[in-house]
Design a binder for this molecule. Sequence first.
Ligand SMILES: CC(C)(COP(=O)(O)OP(=O)(O)OC[C@H]1O[C@@H](n2cnc3c(N)ncnc32)[C@H](O)[C@@H]1OP(=O)(O)O)[C@@H](O)C(=O)NCCC(=O)NCCS
Length: 156
Amino acid sequence: MQIGAPVHSSVRGPDGLRIDRLGLDRYAEVQALNRVIFGDDRVIYRTDRDDLVLLLAMVADEAVGYKVGYRETSSTFYSAKGGVLDGWRRQGVARALLDRMEAEARSLGYLTFAFDTFPNKHPGMTVLGLAEGFRVTAAGYNAAYRDYRIRFERPL
Ligand SMILES: CC(C)(COP(=O)(O)OP(=O)(O)OC[C@H]1O[C@@H](n2cnc3c(N)ncnc32)[C@H](O)[C@@H]1OP(=O)(O)O)[C@@H](O)C(=O)NCCC(=O)NCCS
């Protein structure tokens, strides 16, 4: 199942890149990518979130990346997790996923877009956040992940 009317995205990526918004019936496709990228079966703790948005980046028939987000508060949309397959990195796929996720959040009426990342584990999202003009709004040591976590936000 694909959800809703197409939301405009102006960001380019590899030739043939398409970002699909999925229904929960296709969650297994997100899980499969998550397993390859993070080596973990769990994508997010709960899928019964308000305004859950699942995005899959496709090149031809291959799923090359994903992004998952949901309502955090009435005004803030939270991008919870995402990743791109190794062989498809540095071609603009994550930027296209971010752009589309922000467009979805905007069309749902949110005012702020937020994500957390672990800069030691995954430096790419930190560089991308700064390059995209996000502001750091919180930072601290996360005992569960044994790493520092920083939060990025920007208005939609
Ligand atoms: C982080 C990740 C999603 C980036 O995906 P991507 O498709 O390669 O990113 P893009 O090509 O859209 O990169 C856009 C910009 O982000 C920055 N960037 C992305 N990856 C980077 C890296 N490894 N190191 C430094 N900067 C990086 C660059 O500024 C890049 O622009 P440029 O290529 O023109 O220099 C991908 O590396 C990944 O899946 N990593 C493992 C999982 C992960 O970190 N997930 C996010 C957890 S919060």
